[in-house]
Design a protein around this ligand. Structure first.
Ligand SMILES: Cc1cc2nc3c(=O)[nH]c(=O)nc-3n(C[C@H](O)[C@H](O)[C@H](O)COP(=O)(O)OP(=O)(O)OC[C@H]3O[C@@H](n4cnc5c(N)ncnc54)[C@H](O)[C@@H]3O)c2cc1C
Length: 301
């Protein structure tokens, strides 16, 4: 297993915000991962695709584990078992190569299996809840491996039991449907085309949707109606393409820049529409007093 000290996590995220972690581990196998997890009494920071996290510009003191090298995939008829570090693009492509449908939505999400289960990711009328059979997790509290069923994972809009308890996802098993390869490819291409039109590309680094949509309303639309698209704070900007995306347009944005923008979005939406919107992105690391104040107000986790 590799271990690094004072490691900049910038390139392990899609938003490319510089954040130095005191210690980073990169396990090479599931067994190594479990042995490492057994050494912790409280939850370490786990980073998969880094596509839903805002990392602190003031560093991360909690030990960090990168799941990058936990990439095994096993196919058995209609089921696919994937380790937590498998990239969703690779998983979706593997399913398609085996004429299996149900993962076309994952093709356009720049994530890993660990992250999409924790967030119960969804898009284009498909979601993790629809396809997951079970997940193997490590319980930091009990220091043991458990298998949780779809029901036990408590999956609903952008949430799961992994957000409520100190559980680390090791691997997950999905149930898919045999389908014509052309139809699967067509759906994947349509999803890709839709994204290209409606969302900023990762050439403008970002972490996807900033806030969760309140029931019956879309944050992106509200921000657009408020005329806030394009608003800049330091090195960060509200995307001109999608109002719920913040982009690190300068490649120099700090966590404070991003949180100040989020504070503006939160206040404007509350004043005009009455919703107290809550974050989808997850903050990781040390906070200044200002950051703590903003985060306490807007956090959902
Ligand atoms: C361009 C873009 C488009 C996106 N589109 C969508 C979309 O359509 N639908 C959608 O739902 N989301 C979307 N997202 C958001 C994001 O991709 C998802 O939330 C995804 O689930 C995050 O996965 P990840 O592997 O990148 O997780 P990370 O960002 O690495 O981590 C997210 C959280 O999961 C935890 N985590 C990661 N791995 C594990 C593990 N093995 N065990 C326990 N906890 C773990 C982390 O600690 C963190 O709390 C988008 C993001 C981007 C940048």
């Amino acid at each position: 297993m590799k271990k690094y000290e004072n490691y900049d996590l910038k390139n392990n995220t899609t938003s490319k915000i510089s954040s130095v972690a005191k210690v980073v581990y990169i396990p090479e196998s599931k067994e190594e991962f479990v042995d490492l997890l057994k050494t912790f009494d409280s939850m370490p920071v786990i980073i998969g695709g880094g596509s839903n996290v805002l990392l602190s510009s003031h560093g991360v003191d909690t030990p960090v584990i990168l799941t990058t090298n936990l990439r095994d995939i096993t196919i058995n008829n209609n089921t696919i078992k994937a380790q937590c570090g498998v990239k969703t693009g690779v998983l979706s492509k593997t399913a398609a190569d085996n004429n299996l449908s149900g993962m076309e939505f994952l093709f356009v999400i720049p994530a890993t299996v660990g992250g999409v289960v924790k967030m119960n990711s969804s898009a284009h009328s498909q979601s993790i809840k629809d396809i997951i059979i079970s997940a193997e997790v490590f319980d930091i509290g009990q220091k043991k491996v458990l298998t949780l069923s779809n029901d036990e994972l408590e999956l609903s809009y952008r949430t799961s039991i992994l957000q409520k308890k100190p559980l680390v996802l090791l691997e997950a098993v999905f149930n898919l449907e045999k389908q014509n390869r052309e139809l699967i490819d067509k759906r994947m291409q349509e999803n890709l085309d839709y994204r290209k039109e409606k969302q900023p590309a990762l050439t403008e680094p970002n972490f996807g949707s900033t806030f969760r949509n309140p029931q019956g309303a879309a944050v992106g639309k509200m921000i657009e109606e408020l005329g806030l698209k394009g608003t800049v704070e330091g090195g960060a900007k509200i995307s001109e393409i999608h109002g719920n995306f913040i982009v690190n347009y300068s490649k120099q944005a700090t966590s404070t820049d991003v949180l100040r923008l989020m504070f503006k979005m939160y206040n404007a939406v509350k004043q005009k529409f009455g919703y107290e919107i809550k974050t989808e992105v997850i903050f990781i690391g040390n906070m200044t007093e200002e950051e703590k104040k903003i985060w306490t107000l807007i956090k959902s986790h």
